[in-house]
Ligand binder design. Structure first.
Ligand code: AMP
Ligand code: MN
Ligand code: MN
Length: 323
């Protein structure tokens, strides 16, 4: 690990152009990590890195410091050759979608992640599946480099930690999680403010949309399975943005007997994005069967089928898991 961190440091110092990638359908970890790293590169290495997103940037994380600096990867010239590309929280290279080419083109590629399904697609791979979030990995790296993490970066890392642990309650919540949270709070982060900014600023239509999706839930196998699907027409009925689906699958899992919950969302014609959550079963084999990945109790995939067909296929696979 030490050698890897030395290697990363020397690559940063030697780079004139740096790009930091977040994964498609970005969440709090990939965005918070991206901005935290950018802040540290600027403050301690005097490097102005491009923080990029792929697809749509959700509004719910707009409270993060420097959020307005995020660049749409589609706006970057495909032939541009960066000295250094760093992917944070990107489980598989295809989660960079049309950013993949720019990532591949870079002189040196770094993959910093905590998904156990990550195969190590970078020239340098810093993967710690024991870490609750990538923000926690970065914090360790900054500490190793003896850098004092300023409040704005601490806020970003706090969002990584808060969102990926589901507000300090998922299985990835460990003593280290609370120790890191304590350090961040000591730095000046307010748990109440960050929580409010992240989770209690929903548009009214989002609250109604989420209730609608939850009310469409169908239970199978004596309540062990909960599925709900979202079509594009549901989305347009509520004027729903991409991030309106955030957190719904966790609500399905709150039912007493549920072991596996899934939300299937039609993203474009013939494409279904799946979010899987579990209380008991390791989901990674289900997700990888459909070309996705993730963690034991939170995984996902995109099935290249219309939502009704994807639904039946996934349900059969989930039912076989519970047999
Ligand atoms: P989500 O349901 O989108 O919040 O994703 C749950 C977990 O699964 C996250 O850790 C994602 O990074 C991971 N995941 C979701 N979709 C994919 C995919 N297509 N490939 C690999 N990992 C995924
Ligand atoms: Mn993520
Ligand atoms: Mn993560």
């Amino acid at each position: 690990m030490e050698n890897k961190l030395q290697e990363l440091k020397s690559k940063i110092e030697g780079a004139e152009s740096i790009i930091i990638f977040s994964h498609v359908s970005p969440d709090g970890d990939t965005l918070g990590s991206n901005l935290a790293l950018n802040i540290i590169l600027d403050k301690y290495f005097n490097k102005k890195a491009d923080s990029v997103f792929v697809g749509k940037l959700p509004n719910m994380y707009s409270y993060l410091p420097n959020y307005e600096k995020f660049i749409d990867v589609a706006e970057i010239d495909k032939s541009k050759k960066y000295d250094l590309a760093i992917a944070v929280d990107v489980a598989a290279k295809d989660r960079l979608v049309f950013g993949t080419e720019i990532f591949d083109n870079a002189v040196y590629r770094v993959n910093i992640d905590h998904h156990k399904t990550n195969i190590g697609y970078g020239d340098l791979n810093i993967i710690d599946a024991e870490s609750a979030c990538v923000g926690a990995i970065l914090y360790k790296i900054f500490k190793e480099w003896k850098l004092k993490v300023p409040l704005d970066a601490a806020r970003c890392i706090y969002t990584s930690l808060m969102t990926d642990t589901g507000g300090f309650k998922y299985e990835n919540t460990t003593p280290e999680t609370f120790m890191l949270a304590a350090e961040l709070v000591k730095t000046g982060v307010s748990p109440t403010k960050e929580y409010r900014a992240c989770y209690e600023t929903k548009p009214q239509s989002m609250v109604q949309f989420q209730a609608y999706v939850v009310s469409n839930t169908v239970f199978y196998n004596n309540g062990k399975i909960a599925f709900s699907k979202i079509t594009r027409s549901d989305m347009s009925k509520f004027n729903a943005e991409d991030d309106y689906t955030e957190g719904i699958v966790e609500v399905l899992r709150t039912s007493k007997d549920v072991e596996i919950a899934a939300i299937l969302k039609e993203t474009k014609e013939g494409y279904t994005k799946v979010s899987l959550r579990s209380k008991t079963k390791d989901l990674t084999s289900i997700a990888t069967d459909f070309g996705g990945g993730g963690h034991s109790f939170a995984a996902g995939c995109t099935i290249k089928k219309p939502v009704a067909i994807a639904y039946d296929k996934l349900l059969a696979r989930v039912q076989s898991e519970l047999e």
